[in-house]
Design a protein around this ligand. Sequence first.
Ligand code: PGA
Length: 252
Amino acid sequence: MKIKTIVFNWKMNPKTFAEAEHIFLAVKKGASGLKHVKAIVAPPSIFLRELSRGYRGKSVSFAAQNIFWEGEGSHTGEISPVQVKDTGADYAIIGHAEQRARGVTDEEINRKVLAAIQFKLKPIVCISDTEHDSEGEYVNIVRHQIKTALKKVPPTRFRDVVVAYDPAWAIGAQEAPGVNSIHQMTLLVRKIILEAFGRDALKHIRVLYGGAVNAKNAEGILSIPDIDGVLVGRASLDAKELHALLLTANRV
Ligand code: PGA
């Protein structure tokens, strides 16, 4: 049975560390002993060290929600991949749609991906179009984003790369797109990875879907044969939802 990667992206939530501990406890309990799930929690980076310091288990890994492309230096307000690694995190989300919407470019995303690789973090690269126009322009956008973000990634590190197809129009929506349409989109992502980076990349890079995933629709989405997991926003802040989601991921 395939291992499912579940990324819990808390975004700029919750408001206090006490609440963060409470949600994390639910993740810890929910993920413990599950053999077919890799749970990755991405809390606000100000909570990262303390959450990971108190954790002795193996079922949960930690991610930053963003990194800068330099290891250190005069970059006020930025977070270095080296500092992230030092908190005990193994992953970094890069190029989330909410970052792209604030002007982060494909080239900057590529620099961040290469910095993550250089400093031994595994990049969770978010690919996001803003609308599915009838002319199919989104296909070109998705292709350009993938090709640029993964440029110069050494083939030996493909196994550390996660690509999350996370369309801006599905993030925060009431409903996720239908299973068929998510399937089509993940096939497109895989095809682009194959064309641009070859068979080895296709074999090793994990492909996730993100956008309005919850405990109810997770079963359908995670049953798609070409999906390696999901990236979850809102539902990752609710103890019951996230627990149910982890159990489903372990089962399908
Ligand atoms: P959502 O967010 O699950 O709240 O829609 C998903 C995301 O940010 O990718």
